[in-house]
Write a protein that binds this ligand. Structure first.
Ligand code: ADP
Ligand code: MG
Length: 570
């Protein structure tokens, strides 16, 4: 229902979610809710407190509680119509671009309903918001894709109301899952991905915190379309207007104002992806493994002149152990100019671990890079402009790798170069170089690292390998033995910092999240069922997901038909 005369077009659940966004001061609401206006209440985000907690912890807790209460009050102030309908109980998620709250709505008939309220940061671009909403309304609501119930807007504040799915913290349950549960988890993730890919949606941020899992109810939901983009034939109209990062960068460089065919002005506040990228760039660098990688940009097939070299790499990676040095350049493969593009582009720094000033002065290649570094596919990390739904399948592969190895996050990189180095240590440098050629990138690597056998790797990390001590510290690649700063983009991942490596076996984990469904799982004990006989099909599927070449990488539809899921039905 709208309190402005926008002709009822503002209903987010309707076919035109953009309308709701473009009409100021609209209250968008279904009429079936009863109106209850109580004082907002904030509950502790962590309910299970042991009595042994010190006063410091209690103070911290009170401080947090007060902060949450304040945030809830602010939200009521910003979008007053929320108070007519919901009691906001708690803050259950806080990211760079949104805050998510748990609320209840008193239905006129029937019980209280739990709702998740996603309050998008006011600087989000209207088209970006509308596209997120349209993904939820068009593709959501079935096949494990989160749907939307209502949307509220007041000035530049938008709140998306979704059904609330109580869910587990991935890290908390990771090592207590039975093998069968892992199979079910992956199957249901592919179901969601198949659904969105059919609509031409590339999610771009597939990771455990965006795939909610209620273990008790065996319910799953893919959430967060805040970074989604459309394929060339996307069925989500508004994704056609969502600019890629490339366009945005060009746009911001030119300071231009674009008017689309639909006359939607695309100038304005910093879009989410761009913002995210700048934040990623600014994030704290962490020392990682023994690999070094460099990415640089060839200039449209022209030969590079000799010039003074600038040792950027040694500056950038000064804290890293040096063993592998690699560079990525446009090889010209798959481009129109391929025939005229010499394969051996040379300049001062070619095949060295330096970047010369000529290379530095080149215009950066821009391509969509949104997402979380550890889950980014090689084609994303190397800025391949032609990215498809295959990037989500890679991310699903990284999740599967975590599930099979018991390590999360598996790759923990603060930048793309490090992430690429980490991939190389698992999938092999020669293989990565080979695959990159297929999408037009040339990677230079100073040291060859072999591909690892996925079964051996996972068993070693899980401690299932009898030849290896459980606390492995010699594994190259996964991040879990790097107890340093983690990415801010996944707040849950940071908990790993306190988790010693290899702490999977025989340990029980206590839940800690307010939104964990702890009703049945007060403690998570390791369930070894099935882990002693992981079938080859599991590693075959993993191998096909972590295919370095996006063109041959398994699709969601194919994955569901993989022998790994032979006795499971859609
Ligand atoms: P962001 O763009 O800030 O990452 P998300 O949509 O991913 O926002 O939501 C952040 C977190 O909020 C999720 O990781 C999840 O814990 C919680 N959340 C989001 N939607 C729901 C929902 N419908 N039900 C329960 N929790 C949710
Ligand atoms: Mg998210």
């Amino acid at each position: 229902m709208c309190n402005e005369s926008c002709g009822g077009k503002c209903c987010a659940g309707a076919s035109d979610p953009l309308a709701g966004i473009l009409h100021p001061n609209c209250l968008v609401m279904e009429a079936s809710l009863g109106i209850q206006m109580d004082e907002p209440m904030a509950f502790s985000p962590q309910r299970d407190r042991s009595q042994a907690e010190g006063s410091l912890k209690k103070n911290e807790q009170n401080f947090k509680l007060a902060g949450v209460k304040k945030d809830i009050e602010k939200l009521y102030e910003a979008v007053p119509q929320l108070g007519n309908v919901f009691k906001i109980k708690d803050k259950i998620g806080e990211g760079t671009f949104s805050s998510v709250y748990l609320a209840t709505a008193q239905l006129q008939v029937g019980p209280e309903e739990k709702i998740a309220l996603k309050h998008l940061i006011p600087t989000s671009h209207p088209v970006r918001i509308a596209a997120e909403l349209q993904c939820l309304t068009v593709a959501g609501g079935q096949d494990n894709v989160m749907g939307v119930k209502y949307c509220f807007r007041k000035n530049d504040h938008v709140v998306i109301a979704m059904p609330y799915l109580e869910h587990e913290s991935f890290l908390d349950i990771l090592n207590s899952l039975s093998f069968q549960e892992v199979r079910e988890y992956m199957f249901n993730l592919f179901k969601a991905l198949k659904r969105i890919h059919q609509f031409g949606i590339v999610h771009r941020d597939v990771k455990p915190s965006n795939f909610l899992y209620n273990r008790r109810l065996k319910k799953y939901a893919l959430v967060d379309f805040g970074l989604a983009q459309g394929t060339h034939d996307t069925k989500i109209e508004l994704l056609k207007f969502v600019q890629s990062e490339a366009q945005q960068e060009r746009c911001s460089q030119n300071k231009s104002h674009i008017i689309t065919g639909n006359k939607i002005p695309l100038s304005g506040p910093v879009p989410k992806e761009l913002d995210q990228q700048s934040i990623t760039k600014a994030s704290v660098k962490r020392p990682y493994t023994n690999a070094q990688i460099q990415i640089k940009q060839g200039k449209d097939g022209k030969l590079m002149k000799q010039s003074k070299t600038v040792d950027v790499l040694s500056r950038k990676l000064a804290t890293k152990k040096k063993a592998i040095s690699a560079k990525v350049m446009n090889s010209g493969v798959m481009r129109k100019t391929a025939s005229s593009c010499p394969t051996s582009l040379t300049c001062d720094c070619y095949a060295t671990d330096k970047v010369c000033s000529i290379c530095l002065s080149r215009r950066q290649q821009v391509a969509p890079r949104a997402g979380t570094p550890g889950f980014r596919a090689p084609e994303v990390l190397t800025k391949c402009p032609n990215q498809t739904t295959a990037i989500d399948m890679w991310s699903a592969g990284v999740i599967f790798l975590s599930l099979l190895s018991g390590r999360y996050p598996f790759y923990k990189a603060s930048d793309d170069l490090t992430a690429l180095a980490q991939i190389m240590t698992i999938r092999g440098s020669r293989e990565t170089i080979q695959a990159a050629k297929t999408f037009g990138k040339s990677i230079l690597c100073s040291k060859e690292v072999p591909a690892q056998d996925l079964r051996k790797l996972c068993e070693r990390l899980r401690g299932m390998d009898s030849n290896t001590p459980k606390l492995t510290s010699d594994i190259q690649g996964p991040a879990s033995h790097q107890p340093t700063v983690s990415e801010k983009t996944d707040h849950k991942a940071s908990r790993l910092i306190q988790t010693p490596p290899g702490q999977y076996s025989g340990n029980s984990f206590k839940k800690g999240d307010s939104n964990s469904c702890g009703c049945c799982f007060d403690e998570y004990t390791t369930n070894l069922e099935g882990w002693n006989e992981v079938p080859d099909e599991a590693y075959d599927l993993l191998d096909k997901l972590l295919d370095l070449n996006p063109a041959s990488r398994i699709t969601a539809e194919e994955a569901l038909l993989h022998p790994f899921f032979k006795d499971m039905s859609l």
